[in-house]
Each structure stands twice: as C-alpha cells, then as structure tokens.
Write a protein that binds this ligand. Structure first.
Ligand SMILES: [Fe+2]
Ligand SMILES: [Fe+2]
Length: 260
C-alpha cells in the first residue's frame, strides 16, 4: 500500500504513428525512473491523426497505459462504437448524448479508489450535453466516494476548461485540458486543492501545426483548400504532466510538465 502520494502520468494526444513512436520509445524509461501509479493517455488522433483502432489501444495498454481517453475524433473510424463497448478502459467524452461507450472508469489502484473522467467542451465545438452537469451526476452516482478523480476535459476554450476546474475545486483531484495539442505553462493548484492545466500538449512532431505536416494546414488556413493531413515527424516530443496527489484528501500536491 502506498503511504502518501499517488502519482499520475497523463500524456497528450498522440498524433498518428509518429506520436505513437514517441510513446513507445520514451515511455518505458520514464516509467522505470518514476514511481507512477496510473498512466492516462489521449488516443483520439492515434490512427494517422483521426480516431483509434483496437490494435493501437492494445499496444498502448501493453506499454503500460492504464486508461485511454479521447475526444471529438473518436468517431472517425466506423467501428469506434464497437471498440468502445468492448474496452472498459477506452473512454469517449461522457457528455455525448446516448452514444456508444462511456466516459468514465473506476478502479482500485494500489489500494486507492480512483476515477478517470473524459468530457468535451461546448465552445467552438459541436453541441453536446453540459459537461458541468454530466460531471456532477457522475460524482453523485458512478464515482460516488471515489478518493481521487481525474478529468480529461477535451476542449478548445481556456475559459471553459478553467471554469469547470474552479466549479469543482475541492470535489475532484485534477482537470487536465486536451485538444489544442499545445502544452500550456499555466498549471495551478486552486485554493481547495484541485489541480489544473489548460493543455497537457501532444505526442508527435512539434515543428508542425497541431502535429500535422505543415503544408496541408497552411493550404487550409491561407486558401481554404483542403488536402489530406499527414502526421508530422519533425522534432518529435512526448508531452504530458505528472500529478502528485495526496491519497488521504484526494487533493493535488504537485504538477510537473513533461516534454521530452
Ligand atoms: Fe486531438
Ligand atoms: Fe480533439
């Protein structure tokens, strides 16, 4: 049994094969060197930028990732619903209405009752159920009594991400933003103990736009000409955060950004 701290590693969206390669080559040493209890990674872009396959999910879990979260791109592959229904540790944002799969996982990890939640934002994104009400209902029901609750809030708008963290300050352990693929330097522990960062970053080529080869996105932004997006291999990084959580209170004690 762990006596004090519970350590979580969260990895940002893995962008296609180059992103997965970053994880496969760098994660084993990171796990050897750090006493990590739970690893969470966002897999929504892992299948060449769009969605995830069952093979990729299996590989990620083989590499020590415990829970795979996702976001708007989870639905890119036709069998997404089937994969979600089959795999308890593959999450989609829980505030999609009446969709296959679910957006929460609960388990006992090193004697600690831990919950992971995946939500998606509503600003500059497609219409979905209210993430605030969805989280409140989960905490009242499926995750009632959970000592540690970590949320991957997949959203575009910083104010919305921070508002959710502040609304649930003291009720959950951490809110980690994903979706923008840009690691922010605004990690903070709010007054009642909930930790927060606007975006944990991505795994993939950083010399890019959102992890994709620059040419197609330049064409899109400059001329509205759509070309296929190809995951970038330029200046590959594995990005994410370590979170130290007090196992007695469930409050965040420390946040350390990772970009290697
Ligand atoms: Fe993404
Ligand atoms: Fe996304």
């Amino acid at each position: 049994m762990k006596l004090e701290n519970f350590k979580v590693l969260m990895l940002g969206d893995a962008i296609g094969t180059p992103g997965l390669e970053q994880i496969y080559t760098k994660l084993p040493a990171v796990l050897r060197e750090n006493d990590v209890d739970l690893v969470i990674a966002n897999g929504e872009n892992s299948d060449e930028g769009f969605g995830i396959t069952e093979d990729i999910f299996d590989q990620l879990t083989d590499y020590g990732i415990d829970v795979v979260t996702s976001g708007n791109h989870i639905w890119s592959n036709a069998d997404a619903g089937e994969i979600l229904e089959k795999n308890d540790r593959l999450l989609r944002p829980h505030n999609y209405y009446d969709a296959p799969g679910k957006g929460w996982w609960r388990g006992i990890v090193n004697d600690v009752d831990v919950g992971v939640v995946n939500l998606i934002g509503r600003y500059f994104m497609t219409p979905v159920d209210c993430p605030f009400q969805t989280l409140a209902k989960l905490l009242e029901n499926e995750l009632s009594g959970c000592k540690i609750v970590i949320v991957d809030f997949h959203a575009e708008y910083m104010n919305e991400k921070k508002a959710l963290a502040i609304d649930f300050d003291g009720k959950i352990s951490f809110v980690a933003g994903t979706h923008t693929h840009v690691q922010t330097a605004d990690e903070v522990i709010f007054r009642n103990g909930t930790g927060y960062i606007t975006d944990i970053g991505m795994c993939g080529g950083i010399d890019s736009i959102i992890g994709m080869e620059r040419s197609a996105i330049l064409q899109k932004i400059r001329r509205q000409v759509t070309q296929p997006y190809i995951p970038s291999v330029e200046n590959g990084k594995m990005q994410g955060i370590f979170i130290d959580i007090d196992i007695k209170s469930g409050k965040t004690l420390g946040i350390t950004r990772l970009s290697i």
